[in-house]
Structure formats: C-alpha cells, structure tokens
Design a protein around this ligand. Structure first.
Ligand code: GDP
Ligand code: MN
Length: 380
C-alpha cells in the first residue's frame, strides 16, 4: 500500500525525523486557511500516489494566503498521470541549500534492507543510477545483525557528505529511518529531496512510503490510511470481494488460477496480437462463488469484449471449475463470449460438463495458445 506524502511525513515525524509543519486542504478556501495558520510563504503540494509532481505542475510556492488559494485552484483537479488531485498538503516553505536523496528499500535478491544515499537529490533516482552510478552510495543491512551506526557512517562517507554537522544529523536520521522502515513493515521509505537549509538543518522535504500489504493486519493505524478513492472503481470492487485484480487497458478479460499462470496468459494475449483488459487471479479455488465474484469484477469493465478463462488444475479440479462457471452463468447474465482452456486434473471431465450444458457463448479450446487466439478473435 502506497501512502500519500503527508501520511509518510506523519510517520517520519513519529520516528523523530524532521519535517516541515503543514496542513491538509481539500478546497482553495481550506488552502487559504492553512496558509494563514502556518504564516509566511508556503508550498502547495498535490497529494497523489505518483511521483514527479513537481514537473507536472503539482507543486507550487505561494507567498501567502491569497496566493495559496490561487495556487490551490490551479492544482486541484489536475490529472497527474491518471491521478486526479483531490487533496493538497500546504506546508511552510523551506529554503534549500542542498538536495540529497536517502532511501531504504527491501532488496528481495539479497533478502536485506538496502539503503541508498546520494548528494544528487531532487531528480529521479533512476537517472542518478544510470548517469552517475558512482555518486550513489548503497549499503545492505543484515536483518539478523540489525542496524549499526558504523553502517550509517560508511554510507555517509561513500556518498561524499563532508560537512560535519550534516554528517551528524544524517547519521541520526539513517538510524531513525531504519526504525521507521522496520517497525512500519515498509517496503520503501524514500526521502527525495532530503534538504539542507541555508542554516544547515537537514529535513525531509518529500516522502514516498510503501507498506507491505501483508503486514497491515499488524498495523490497524496504517491500514486506516488507505484511501479507497485513490483506486479505480473496478479495483475497489475487487478488493471488497477479495478478488486479486488489476485493471489494464485492453479488451480481453482474463481469469486464471495462480498469479504466474495469469501473467503468462497476459503475455500470450500480447503474443497473438491482442490486449488484455485486466489481471485477475482466481487463487486456488474455483468454486462457483469465486467465479461469480471474479466475473462480476471483470465484466464491470465496459471495455471487455471477450473473456479468457485459463485454468491449469493441480489441486484445483477442472470439473469443479466447470461447475463453478456454469453456476456463475446461471446467476449472472454474460453475453460476451467466454473462451475456456482447461488443462491438468480432470480437464476432460471439465470440458465434457461445459459441452453438455453448451451455453452458446462458451468456447472450449485445448491449448493456451489456441484459447488466446480465439479470445482475441472474438474481441475484434
Ligand atoms: P515530487 O516532484 O513529486 O518528487 O515532489 P517533491 O516534494 O520532491 O517536490 C519537487 C521539488 O519541488 C523539490 O525537489 C524542490 O525542488 C521543490 N520544493 C518542494 N518543496 C519546496 C519548498 O518548501 N521550498 C522550495 N524552495 N522548493 C520546494
Ligand atoms: Mn520528490
């Protein structure tokens, strides 16, 4: 789960990381009131779950309440790469002498937390990694050993931070960020830019924060931070029904059992010249209710013109899935063509059940490739 900047900063603050004072605003009038309460120049920041807001016009300085209201009017409603701005974070403006970058993320390959620090902050880290890799200090933290201050010193030294007062503050900050990362069960805590003010104070000016979905049950306060409005309506409905679903922009609806199989089904659709409308994993089940739920989610997308059911049965049995599909079709009316590919346990029995019932819009195909071709044809 991704957090908004203002939520990530709230967590930073709880762990003792310096951030600027700010207020949330949903209207220009609230932005004005926030600027009045804060006093002095402010920065009006679009709260959307995507980065690069600055470049997209979603971050603007304002010299006072009047200006903050005007800037809020400009930013609210803006579409930043598919994310419509509905909330603003109004924050006391900072003076910036330096822009660093600091993050800690989970390196799955190494099975360790990975810190990255560079004095080349403010720009996308991918750019730094590609163009100036020597400027990017990287350091793993062994989860058994835990974080040790000498590691932060090494990181700071490698990044080439020379000012002593700055070194001291960053040393302290790295330790706090590690605690924040571990105790929040985060997958990513990124501060870009980590600024140094002209007075030499180090402060987090931005936050990108991702919490591990699977750990949310341990953190009711974090789970509550989820903003249902930030997700497309189809994904929201899917979440409520417990269906694993991601909307894509093609026209072939996809349903399969197992994330890996669904991923390869998406590839197969692309291979035969089609475009998948979604990712949808039925999981291990395949009972009627699961199929109904998934079909409801998939067909709610008006772009879907055909549906491909790809089942490779191991523990699941194809005859059970076939019954699930037939029951589902009794419960919800689907006129769009459905192509079914069964393989594995009881595939033959499954196909026979479908053939006996023979709904006119149901097409059984023996292989994944043929099924993909058929589904793409039927979507045309
Ligand atoms: P992002 O574009 O989504 O990464 O948003 P950021 O919060 O990182 O802001 C983008 C850029 O806006 C920063 O790198 C800063 O250069 C600038 N910026 C943000 N807040 C302030 C501020 O308080 N004062 C000044 N002078 N610049 C700011
Ligand atoms: Mn940023």
């Amino acid at each position: 789960m991704d957090l908004y900047e203002y939520q990530g900063k709230e967590l930073f603050r709880r762990f003792g990381i310096l951030v600027s004072e700010g207020r949330l605003a949903r209207t220009p009038a609230e932005a004005r009131a926030a600027a009045e309460a804060l006093g002095g120049p402010v920065v009006v920041k679009a709260q959307v779950l995507t980065g690069g807001r600055g470049k997209a016009g979603g971050i603007k300085l304002a010299d006072g309440p009047d200006d903050a209201e005007r800037k809020a009017e400009e930013i609210l409603g803006l579409d930043i790469r598919g994310h419509v701005v509905r909330k603003l974070w109004i924050e006391s403006a900072s003076e910036i002498a330096k822009e660093h970058y600091l993050s800690v993320t989970f390196d799955r390959g190494a099975k360790k937390a990975l810190f990255m620090l560079t004095t080349e902050g403010g720009v996308e880290i991918e750019e730094v990694a590609a163009e100036k890799p020597e400027a990017l200090a990287r350091l793993h933290v062994d989860p058994l050993e835990g974080f040790q201050p000498y590691q932060a010193r090494r990181l700071i030294y490698r990044a080439g931070i020379e000012d002593e007062a700055e070194q001291k503050q960053i040393l302290d900050l790295v330790g706090k960020l590690y605690r924040c990362f571990v105790e929040s069960d985060a997958m990513l805590c990124e501060i870009n830019p980590l600024i140094v003010t002209p007075e030499g104070e180090v402060r987090a000016l931005d936050s990108k924060f991702t919490v591990d979905d699977n750990a949310l049950y341990k953190h009711p306060d974090l789970a509550e931070m989820r903003d249902p409005e930030a997700y497309p309506p189809e994904e929201r409905a899917a979440r409520e029904k417990g269906v694993t679903y991601v909307k894509l922009d093609g026209d072939v609806g996809i349903l399969g059992n197992g994330a890996g199989l669904v991923m390869s089904t998406l590839d197969m659709i692309a291979l035969v010249g089609g475009r998948p409308a979604n990712f949808c994993d039925l999981g291990g089940g395949g009972d009627a209710q699961g199929v109904v739920d998934a079909l409801e989610v998939i067909t709610a997308d008006p772009q879907v013109r055909s549906i491909l059911f790809n089942i490779f049965a191991g523990i699941t049995r194809c005859d059970e899935v076939a019954r699930g599909i037939l029951q589902a079709l009794e419960r919800i009316r689907i006129e769009r063509p459905i192509v079914v590919r069964f393989d594995g346990t009881n595939a033959e029995e499954g196909r026979e059940l479908l053939e006996e019932a023979a709904p006119p819009n149901l097409h059984a195909e023996p292989t994944m490739l043929e099924a993909a071709r058929r589904a793409v044809e039927l979507a045309a």
